[in-house]
Design a protein around this ligand. Structure first.
Ligand code: GLN
Length: 481
């Protein structure tokens, strides 16, 4: 039995049956990384010795006992490097503490193993902005794995990880999960603590699981969710047992289909796959209703004001004084700041800092930032209204399957459009999941695409239930469009 190919639940069953040990799993993953990851670029680093030591003492009776979990390289794990795939931190920063999600994973018995590649500071949709190394899609290595959690998605898809954690600010869990054929869940804002997550845009960021199955997603979410006194935006609300809701039954579930999400610009194959998936849910007893999210057209513009504004403030801490890259022989303090940041940050990060500084600057603050916040409220109200009528909202995750590496790198606007269907969930704080719904034949290559299911705030149980029922009803790898 190859442990790398197993899901979290299968691995736990194998442990309990005495067929495998946590040490076997860690060793097999390390061998798989050695064999495959050089070409795919999913990992930035991994610490085999510490994982083996943890495997030695793992307690398989715990919910995630002895299960290795890959971690996006912007979540702090004590004693491990945390580079955010940026030259400003790479080789210059080791985490002095565990993020709350890591503490919770450890309490559940999991072994954080491996740091996954990403777009620098989570800014991007393709992993092409990694300041360290390119990342490739295992289905077609000439294509992007998606981003920014591209490494986390590709290692799960390539069976060089059992499951992974990513972060989602505008789509960064759901979009790469869709492109790689995994399940990616962005929890409700406040469901999972952000303590120890390197901040990109604090009012949008959430940590969530990228897994091979919906059941694994439920397992991981249950382990990491819940109130944390170290994150004042985490909400004190009981964490349900998401697993018990996975009944395979969607009878009576009301699914909203937002007409704005099935409009122009949607690839024909993606549309077909998503519509077929929705029909499948209907056949299983769900009811569909057309709905409208009228402020959808503003989501992209609003996101690209608010996210850079928050990023420009959050990234001010990388000044070459407290930690990170430091320019040599500065002539004075200003020269020190300027050159440390100039040398350390990549182009997209600089673009966001400049944009953010601009929209916050005196004279423009009201016209851009304040205006964007007002429109954000409208977008949030769209969802509040919609969820009065329906339990979940179904849509594509991304307008197209994974594109070729290099295809959009000199056109930021084209790149930003990759998140058109995912951004609004972050702006409104609701939860969303991407579940594979088939393969779209693209220039002769079958490429996975995802169905997005959005749920109301703290409605993770609903989207997990619907995604699970769909997953059980079909074999998505056989559905080719
Ligand atoms: N692609 C979007 C961006 O570049 C979202 C990234 C994310 O969710 N971290 O900002």
């Amino acid at each position: 039995m190859d442990p790398c190919k197993l899901t979290i639940s299968q691995l736990r069953t194998a442990y309990k049956a005495g067929e495998l040990t946590p040490k076997d799993a860690v060793q097999s993953l390390a061998a798989a990384i050695e064999a495959k990851d050089g070409d795919l670029g999913g990992y930035l680093s991994h610490d085999l010795d510490s994982a083996l030591a943890e495997a030695e003492t793992a307690d398989p009776s715990l919910p995630l006992g002895g299960v290795p979990i890959a971690i996006k390289d912007l979540i702090n794990v004590k004693g491990q490097p945390c580079s955010c795939a940026s030259k400003i931190l790479a080789g210059k920063y080791t985490s002095p503490y565990d993020a709350t999600v890591i503490t919770r994973l450890r309490e559940a018995g999991a072994i954080p193993f491996g740091r996954t590649n990403m777009d620098e500071f989570a800014m991007g949709s393709s992993n092409e902005n990694s300041g360290i190394q390119p990342a490739k899609n295992p289905w077609d290595p000439t294509r992007i794995p998606g981003g920014s959690s591209g490494g986390s998605a590709l290692v799960v898809a390539a069976d060089t990880a059992i499951a992974a954690l990513g972060s989602d600010t505008g789509g960064s869990i759901r979009q790469p999960a869709s492109h790689c054929g995994c399940v990616g869940l962005k929890p409700t804002y406040g469901r999972v603590s952000r303590y120890g997550l390197v901040a990109f845009a604090s009012s949008l960021d959430q940590i969530g699981p990228i897994t091979k199955t919906v059941k694994d997603s439920a397992l991981l979410l249950r382990a990491i969710a819940g109130h944390d006194r170290f994150d004042s935006t985490s909400v004190n609300q009981e964490v349900p047992n998401y697993l018990s809701g996975l009944t395979g039954d969607v009878k009576g579930l009301k699914i909203g289909l937002p007409k704005e999400y099935f409009a122009e610009g949607l690839d024909a194959g993606v549309r077909q796959a998503v519509e077929k998936a929705i029909a499948q849910l209907e056949a299983a007893g769900a009811e569909t209703v057309e709905i409208s999210l009228p402020h959808t057209e503003y989501a992209l513009a609003v996101y690209y004001i608010i996210a850079p504004a928050e990023a420009s403030a959050n990234l001010a801490r990388f000044d070459g004084v407290r930690y990170g890259h430091r320019a040599e022989n500065p002539t004075d303090l200003l020269d020190h700041y300027r050159r440390s940041r100039e040398e350390g940050f990549g182009d997209e990060v600089k673009r966001r800092i400049i944009l953010g500084t601009y929209v916050l600057s005196s004279g423009y603050h009201d016209a851009y930032y304040v205006q964007a916040q007002k429109v954000r409220t409208r977008i949030r109200e769209d969802f509040t209204e919609a969820f009065k009528k329906v339990d979940v909202i179904a849509s594509p995750v991304c307008p197209t399957p994974a594109f070729k590496i290099g295809d959009r790198s000199d056109d930021p606007l084209q790149m930003y459009l990759a998140d058109i269907y995912t951004l609004a969930a972050n702006l409104s704080g609701v939860c969303g999941i991407s579940v594979p719904c088939g393969l779209v034949n693209t220039e002769g290559t079958p490429l996975p695409v995802g169905l997005q299911l959005l749920g109301k705030a703290f409605g993770e149980g609903d989207i997990l239930r619907a995604a699970h029922a769909y997953e059980q009803a079909v074999n998505w790898r056989d559905l080719i469009y």
